[in-house]
Design a protein around this ligand. Structure first.
Ligand SMILES: Nc1ncnc2c1ncn2[C@@H]1O[C@H](COP(=O)(O)OP(=O)(O)OP(=O)(O)O)[C@@H](O)[C@H]1O
Length: 256
């Protein structure tokens, strides 16, 4: 069992990289996220689960900056980030993948990942260096065999690898993964789990939104559960996944 701030390898860091305090999002009367507070620690993997419509993507959108909280405060490495647009948060090291993947369709795999290297935290100015860095991340994610393929010609698993490579080329400190395993078969899920573990070994802190509970169990140091926009449980994965409120709200229905 890992405590907050302690990663699976047992290394205690206890430095909150992200602090969310009372984060709330209202959409004309509907409260999608309701006064959610939590912290993330350097190099940990936090699993974020909850039934459909629980507010998971909305929470991630507020962290990455595409949605503004109605209330509450977000701090990254101790600094308030609420006023920063998404690209400035990316420069600080907050990057995300999307539930519906968004490659630049007419561009090759290499060009897509190079864009990440040019616009991320590294902000590489020299094109040749950006392409070199992109190639490294393409290798890392196992996509070398499709380096010159058009992004829109890729099948599901390779599209996911591209999404990872693009995000990693931005040199994230905090990576937000939104349902990256949706639509994958059991073997592909295992591959993605291994890839996420490798990313953590490179020092990245990772928030994983996932419905694949096997992946949440295997990856997470801690799990946070949202239900109707509220945090109903947080902590050690085994304990949280057996919490009667969590079983009632979520797991009982999914039978995974
Ligand atoms: N732009 C928006 N305008 C109005 N309502 C929204 C908007 N975005 C999300 N919502 C609502 O907020 C609630 C939370 O949605 P959200 O997509 O964050 O849930 P989720 O936990 O990510 O669900 P899923 O697992 O299905 O992806 C839902 O009721 C949704 O309809």
């Amino acid at each position: 069992m890992s405590a907050p701030g302690e990663n699976a390898a047992g290394a205690t860091t206890r430095i909150p990289i992200l602090q969310a305090e009372g984060i709330t999002k209202r959409f004309s009367g509907l409260v999608s996220v309701n006064r959610v507070s939590f912290e993330m620690y350097e190099n940990e993997i936090l699993g974020l689960i909850g039934p459909n419509g629980a507010g998971k993507t909305t929470l991630v959108n507020m962290i990455s900056g595409t949605l503004k909280p109605s209330d509450g405060e977000l701090r990254f490495e101790g600094q308030p980030i609420d006023a920063l647009p998404p690209y400035q948060r990316a420069h600080l090291g907050i990057c995300r993948t999307f539930q519906v993947m968004k490659p630049f369709p007419g561009m090759s795999v290499l060009e897509n990942v190079t864009v990440g290297a040019l616009f991320g935290r590294g902000g590489e100015k020299v094109m040749a260096k950006a392409r070199r860095s992109a190639r490294e991340w393409i290798d890392f994610t196992g996509l070398s065999h499709r380096v010159d393929a058009r992004a829109d010609s890729l099948g599901g698993p390779d599209r996911k690898r591209l999404e990872f490579a693009k995000a990693l080329a931005m040199e994230p400190k905090l990576l937000l993964l939104d349902e990256v395993m949706a639509g994958l078969n059991a073997v592909e899920v295992e591959e993605v789990i291994e890839l996420i573990k490798k990313m953590r070994e490179r020092g990245v802190t990772i928030l994983v939104i996932e419905h694949v509970i096997k992946a949440i169990r295997s990856l997470s140091d801690r799990v946070l559960v949202l239900h109707h926009g509220e945090k109903i449980a947080e902590g050690d994965p085994a304990a949280v996944l057996e919490d009667p409120r969590v079983v009632e709200a979520y797991l009982g229905r999914r039978r995974q």
